[in-house]
Design a protein around this ligand. Sequence first.
Ligand code: VGL
Ligand code: ZN
Length: 194
Amino acid sequence: MARKKSCLVVVDVQNDFCPAGSLAVPEGDQVVPVLNRWIGHFEDAGLPVIYTQDWHPSDHVSFRATGGIWPPHCVQATHGAAFHPDLDVRGTIFRKGFVPHLEAYSGFDGTLNGEPGGLSMADWLKRERVRRIFVGGLATDYCVKATVLDGLESGFEVVILPDAMRAVDVEPGDGDRAVHLMVEHGAGLSYRPE
Ligand code: VGL
Ligand code: ZN
């Protein structure tokens, strides 16, 4: 069978990365309706949808108080760490960034439900015989970029969804540069489906 099984990977669509969140990504909430369309199509096709969730302890190394560059965000079990309330969440969740001293931007650093030593996202995808991942979410220039580059490195075909992602843009243009970099590394592009 020539079919290459696809999986949709929804990266970090959490309250803290949306307007009013502690690490608000400009227009972060605008990815939700676009992703919900993709989620519906994958479900209709019987294909898996998985979600990554930034899931930090309150003393995480990425926070300014502990030497990092970010305000506290996505602290475990807080409202900020929860998925955007309008996001259709019906699949398997991989949590990442739960080890206090380890930065973890990539979904491939995540484990099933954030269990330390639990099944990794790559092993889950291999177990499901997934060959191609479609990636959208937050933020283009951090966790989406890291997830896409790791996915390519791990041998998956990767398709990015530029209108289903938004950038932090610490420096103006970071998001655009991240898209170019992902394409340079072999990612394809696809846009909002009908
Ligand atoms: C992210 C900064 C810090 C992201 C996570 O999801 O892109 N960015 N932690
Ligand atoms: Zn984080």
